[in-house]
Design a protein around this ligand. Structure first.
Ligand code: SF4
Ligand code: SF4
Length: 85
């Protein structure tokens, strides 16, 4: 399973909660405090590192407030050699 994390820009978030409803890992919650804009911003609560970087939250966010970071591993496998012509 891929590993990921997200960063939520509180200055963009309007607290619509769409991201909390789509996250398959249920690791986005609404904060108990208000942002400078007067909304309760979405917050990542992921102490167990469950985020897979699937980006569903970022895709549904109407305010482009979420940036997704996904761990990428180098692809291992057979090396392909091109035979000389
Ligand atoms: S990237 Fe996927 S798993 Fe991670 S917080 Fe967003 S919806 Fe949840
Ligand atoms: S979908 Fe976007 S605007 Fe709505 S709560 Fe989540 S981060 Fe905030």
């Amino acid at each position: 399973m891929a590993k990921g994390t997200i960063k939520i820009d509180e200055n963009r978030c309007k607290g619509c909660e769409l991201c909390t409803s789509v996250c398959p890992q249920h690791i986005i919650q609404m904060a108990t405090y208000f942002s400078a804009r007067g909304y309760r911003p979405a917050t990542l609560v992921d102490p167990a590192g469950k985020c897979t970087g699937c980006a569903l939250c970022a895709m549904i966010c109407p305010d482009v407030a979420i940036t997704v970071y996904r761990e990428t591993k180098p692809v291992s496998g057979p090396k392909i050699q091109v035979a000389p012509a």
